[in-house]
Design a protein around this ligand. Structure first.
Ligand code: NAI
Length: 333
């Protein structure tokens, strides 16, 4: 077995030998997310787990000539979940049910809370040092559930638990460019708070478009907060965002891996165990985070905000607090 350093020294291209596990890899997000991870040269060992379909997705992806080995794992395999997780570096969790038209993310709690709790318990045992990236909704509550499970197992590291809110930031880049008629690849919006409806706060005042007319700005903020509904309605019962979410998840996973690999100035927004509003009873909050060799290296404040954004923040905090408490109560039950 080569050590990390030795493997790097022997390789012709720079490879960071990371093990990555996707739980829910057979699903709408899981499949394209796994494809994007197969294309990521930082990943050398990709493990795919799902109640169904993971073996097929793994066999399919295994024919792509990149530097990773891909394996599928199923629950009917002896210790399938455990093997998928054993000593992995990063776990992505998109397992669970998506929304149908008319549903909020909170409506998914009844099913997804239990799925996420059980997967977190397995991760705590098989991969106690892994970074865990939670995609399953409602993220505002599923992340606190994972934290409680890890605490109960004595392996909670707040620097290594992330709620993936990257879809909100990529949507914000796209939507603001449509309003301002600019290049979306050059747009960056600091989206803070949580990951559902009014808890999503895009800080337009920090962009170069802060002087947009009020009606346009309000419509833009609403679209960023409720953009997921556009996809749910267009898919008409067949699920929610999967392809844009896969891109967002792969982007965030790449940032986490870059941090682990010692790259500098890796900053992404994420919903993490945060000191920012703990005095208001809010344990988790999304803001810019510097990622490093141990996960979260620094949590940045949200920066200066306008009086309108202060109002959005107050409403966000009210809802977020309840969402977090709901997750914690479930996990402690
Ligand atoms: P999907 O139904 O297409 O796929 C979910 C997969 O999870 C299925 O293949 C299913 O077999 C699997 N699964 C269910 N229970 C499992 C368990 N105990 N262990 C392993 N696998 C299990 O759903 P989709 O569209 O992929 O969405 C997944 C989740 O991601 C949903 O909760 C959705 O709300 C959420 N989501 C999150 C976003 C975010 O920005 N964080 C954006 C879009 C969706």
């Amino acid at each position: 077995m080569f050590s990390r350093v030795a493997r790097r020294a022997f390789s012709t291209t720079k490879v960071n030998p990371y093990k990555v596990t996707v739980l829910g890899a057979g699903g709408g997000i899981g499949q394209p997310l796994s494809l994007l991870l197969k294309l990521n040269h930082k990943v050398t060992d990709l493990r795919l787990y799902d109640l169904k379909g993971a073996a097929g997705v793994a066999a399919d992806l295994s024919h792509i000539p990149t530097n990773s080995v891909v394996k599928g794992f199923t629950p009917d395999q002896d210790k399938g979940l455990h093997k998928a997780l054993e000593n992995t570096d990063v776990v992505l969790i998109p397992a669970g049910v998506p929304r149908k038209p008319g549903m909020t993310r909170d409506d998914l709690f009844a099913i997804n809370a239990g799925i996420v709790r059980d997967l977190a318990a397995a991760a705590a045992e098989a991969a106690p040092n892994a970074a865990i990236l939670v995609i399953s909704n409602p993220v505002n509550s599923t992340v606190p559930i994972v934290a409680e499970v890890l605490k109960s197992k004595g392996v909670y590291d707040p620097h290594k638990l992330f709620g993936v809110t990257t879809l909100d930031t990529i949507r914000a880049s796209r939507f603001i460019s449509e309003v301002a008629n600019t290049d979306p690849t050059q747009e960056k919006v600091n989206v803070v708070g949580g990951h559902s409806g009014i808890t999503i706060i895009p800080l337009i005042s920090q962009t170069k478009h802060k002087n947009l007319p009020k009606d346009k700005k309000d419509a833009l903020i609403h679209r960023i907060q409720f953009g997921g509904d556009e996809v749910v309605q267009a898919k008409n019962g067949a699920g929610s965002a999967t392809l844009s979410m896969a891109q967002a998840g792969a982007k965030f996973a790449n940032a986490v891996l870059a941090g682990l690999a010692g790259e500098r100035e890796v900053i992404e927004n994420s919903y993490v165990d945060s000191p920012l509003y703990k005095s208001d009873g809010i344990e988790f909050f999304a803001s810019p985070v510097t990622l490093g060799v141990n996960g979260v290296e620094k949590i940045h404040s949200i920066g200066d905000i306008s009086s309108e954004e202060e109002e959005l923040l107050a409403k966000c905090k009210e809802t977020l607090k309840k969402n977090i408490e709901k997750g914690v109560a479930f996990a402690k039950k």
